[in-house]
Design a protein around this ligand. Structure first.
Ligand SMILES: *Cc1c(COP(=O)(O)O)cnc(C)c1O
Length: 427
């Protein structure tokens, strides 16, 4: 058998890059052990929920048409609800993406005249259109739902005084985004989110708190529903789909609120009773089963990248040693050549489309050119190794995912290789 070094050489990783990566990895055994412990805990949580709901192969059968009495769909939703320690769940291929799931959760539980509050600053880009912060057709603003926002303090913590002032008799829902997304603020831990929920409910116990959980699932042993969130929402082509879900979103939480979501997703009077699953149930179950270990692989990749690039003197968020609450890593490469080389490396390491070269391009909704690297089995899946960067100062690249730690590692080694070949780093 070839040695490990030989097989990396055959994939065009040079001895210098391999040696450097090896030195960095050798220092991460404790971090990786902690990530493995969390994955083990979450794996047991998911298996426990599957056993409790007596998952069986009849649940993998396809429904078509209206999808009445889809036992697999009902069991999948019970498994999600139990894993999140919530009363109910809506887990559907008809929820086309994370933005859609969030839209349904908001639009279903807000009425004209109500106000939505974000106590954690500006939400994710696509939510600006949904809420109507950026005027958009069909936004909540067009339906008479008002929006208020309280920015974080300069140190990234909650501005409790302003949050208290912002809550009024019209406030109906509070939306909290767990992940920093593509902003520079820190990602919140579930514990921090719990403190914020306790604070707003201390002012008005009837407020509905929704957490945008995208990229956060299974990163910790608890989820926002464990600390008082009424609704928790995410995408199945991120962590909880485990790389196998080809589409979908989930909403878990209080039963009455989930029912509102179902009436909004399908139609008043129909609710959860319709929605064929077209043979996707098995992928949803199996992906959810794999999600704790897939998320662990992505997290190891993020920690490895942070430590490699930090060692080389680049700015990294989060840094190499801080605790993690989502799977996103940013690296400030400081030059257009740097971000392009990084993305070329991620692309070249992919199992799919490794032979294409990503190039910066003008994208709708962005004011500068953007370069994206993705060689995914599922289009746009960001639990698979992917990276993107706007070509503008400070020339930071954001990357996430990796269905296995070994693939994430190869991607990062290949990014280093491309930078090394262009003399952008010295090893
Ligand atoms: C990805 C993401 C979304 C939107 O999900 P899509 O599936 O891309 O529509 C919303 N919020 C956060 C924090 C995200 O990371």
């Amino acid at each position: 058998m070839d040695s490990l070094d030989q097989i990396y050489t055959s994939l065009k990783i040079s001895p210098e890059v391999l040696a450097f990566g090896g030195q960095v990895e050798a220092k991460l055994s404790e971090r990786f052990a902690e990530i493995d412990r969390i994955a083990e805990y979450n794996q047991m949580k998911v298996i426990g929920a599957m056993q409790k709901n007596r998952l069986s192969d009849i649940h993998f059968a396809a429904s078509t048409g209206y999808g009445y009495n889809d036992l697999g769909r009902e069991t999948l939703e019970a498994v999600y609800a139990d894993t999140f320690h919530a009363e109910a769940a809506l887990v559907r291929p008809q929820l086309t993406c994370g933005t859609h799931a969030l839209t349904v959760a908001l639009a279903a539980n807000l009425r004209p005249g109500d106000e939505l509050l974000s106590p954690v600053g500006k939400p994710y880009d696509t939510l600006e259109g949904v809420i109507g912060i950026r005027p958009s057709r069909g936004s909540l603003a067009e339906y008479g739902v008002a929006y208020r926002q309280v920015d974080l303090l300069p140190d990234g913590t909650f501005d409790y005084e302003k949050i208290k002032e912002a809550i009024n008799e019209k406030t109906k829902m509070v939306t909290i985004q767990r992940s920093k997304g593509y902003q520079t603020r820190p990602t919140f831990s579930v514990k921090q989110i719990g403190e914020l929920i306790a604070f707003v409910k201390g002012i008005r116990p009837d407020l509905i708190v929704m957490v945008d959980n995208c990229y956060g699932e299974f990163v910790e042993t608890i989820e926002p529903t464990d600390v008082g969130a009424d609704l928790c929402v995410g995408s199945l082509i991120k962590n909880p789909g485990g790389g196998l879900a080809p589409i979908g979103g989930y909403i878990v939480g209080r039963k009455d609120l989930i029912e509102e979501c179902a009436y909004r997703l399908t139609a008043p009077g129909l609710g959860m009773e319709v929605g064929a699953t077209l043979g996707l149930n098995q992928s949803f179950f199996q992906g959810f089963f794999l999600a704790p270990t897939v998320t662990a692989g992505a997290l190891k990749g993020a920690v490895f990248a942070a430590n490699c690039y930090e060692t080389l003197g680049f700015g990294v968020v989060p840094n190499g040693s801080e605790s993690r609450h989502d799977i996103i890593q940013s690296v400030v490469l400081g030059s257009p050549e740097g971000v392009i080389a990084f993305c070329e490396g991620i692309q070249a390491a992919a199992p799919v489309d490794s032979f294409v070269t990503p190039e910066p391009w003008a994208m709708p909704g962005y004011h500068s050119d953007v370069i994206m690297a993705a060689g995914a089995f599922v289009q746009g899946s960001s639990i698979e190794l992917s990276a993107d960067a706007p070509i503008e100062p400070p020339y930071a690249v954001y990357f996430q995912g990796g269905l296995t730690w070994y693939h994430a590692k190869l991607g990062i080694l290949m990014s280093l290789q491309k930078l090394f070949e262009k003399n952008l780093i010295r090893l």
